[in-house]
Design a binder for this molecule. Structure first.
Ligand SMILES: Cc1cc2nc3c(=O)[nH]c(=O)nc-3n(C[C@H](O)[C@H](O)[C@H](O)COP(=O)(O)O)c2cc1C
Length: 200
């Protein structure tokens, strides 16, 4: 068991990728990125944004919240290599937050039709998926089937919490809740993953 100081010292070296899908909860991502930087001193952060997420949150605020890259498609590579491969090779942890029902379906079936789903297939590090949707969607059989498949495949799918749904106006299951314990648990998992090297 690491002390808080030991955890911080090790977590600081992790290279984290945040995948952002098209949910209203995408607005939490700049807060998450700034919390990683200010509270945990994690600065090796890249953000991958889906096309639907781009409709809901502006890229400038995401770019301002991290030192790394905000990636929207295969053509955003800084070098002459393929973006999803360069991101995947350096990642120690991918957190998909928020994850939509659409993302769950694509990832469960190995579909790679955008930069986020392609990167998910290319990584070998832990992937933590944080679904956000209204309760009816979360309880839908197809969604639950996809969650079961993802868990069978080794992905960590965080169960949603009860909260106020902006979609229905009701207090119901499907919210992300406080992202901090979710991310601390994800970082802890990454620190004990076999492939984590913690090199700059
Ligand atoms: C304002 C708004 C909020 C949305 N919130 C959610 C959500 O919380 N969860 C969800 O699964 N889909 C939500 N959607 C629908 C997704 O954006 C849609 O299914 C999209 O295809 C997801 O694409 P992506 O998975 O590539 O980001 C929302 C759509 C809009 C316009």
């Amino acid at each position: 068991m690491l002390t808080a100081e030991q955890f911080s010292a090790k977590a600081r070296a992790l290279k984290v990728v945040i995948g952002v899908c098209g949910s209203v909860s995408a607005v939490a991502v700049p807060h998450l990125a700034m919390w990683l930087k200010a509270s945990l001193e994690i600065t090796n952060v890249d953000i991958i944004v889906t096309a639907a997420a781009r409709e809901l949150i502006g890229l400038p605020i995401l770019e301002a919240s991290i030192d790394g890259r905000v990636v929207t498609d295969w053509r955003t590579s800084a070098d002459d290599r393929v973006t999803h491969v360069t991101i995947a090779e350096r990642a120690d942890l991918v957190v998909v937050l928020p994850a939509t029902a659409n993302f769950l379906a694509k990832a469960a079936h190995g579909i790679a039709d955008d930069i986020l789903t392609t990167t998910i297939l290319a990584v070998t590090c832990p992937v933590v998926i944080v679904p956000v949707m209204n309760e009816a969607m979360w309880k839908n059989k197809a969604v639950q089937r996809n969650v079961a498949t993802l868990r069978d495949d080794g992905y960590d799918v965080v169960p949603p919490k009860a909260g106020l749904s902006l979609a229905t106006g009701r207090w119901e299951l499907g919210s992300m809740g406080d992202f901090r314990p979710i991310v601390v648990a994800a970082l802890t998992k990454a620190l004990s993953a076999p492939g984590t090297t913690l090199t700059e």
